[in-house]
Design a protein around this ligand. Sequence first.
Ligand SMILES: [Zn+2]
Length: 149
Amino acid sequence: MIEQVVRHATGHLLMAEESTCGLQGSRCNSCGEYYFPATGSCTRCCGTDLSPSFLGDEGVLWSWTVQGFLPKSPYNSGETAESFQPYGVGYIELPCGLKVESRLTCGDPEQLKIGMPMRLVEVDYGQSEDQVLRTFAFAPAGNAVQEKQ
Ligand SMILES: [Zn+2]
């Protein structure tokens, strides 16, 4: 078996707290506003005193659609228009109130319901040269297992 190099395209957006891998954001120490991705300045109060904040790995599906064609550059999964497989994309409302755009593991309109609980997983979404490309996605919380494509 050949060992493949995995490149986590969105690893900088994740952090671990205890044994849970979740989204890494930031929180303004002046007004309490949350941000994802993490930032160094607050657009709410213009403050610059922000701390890294673990945003967790859970949320609810706020809205969704199905990406039915190959996204434009800089998206690069190694797929072609012929090999592309449609996938779900949606906004996940986090417990802190932020809504985060995310790939979904499910692209079946029959299984996606607004308000359903979702959990963060990591998925391999394509291949670039000899690297497997990995990103975070949200899966229906009932079957949050790491998916391989
Ligand atoms: Zn602020």
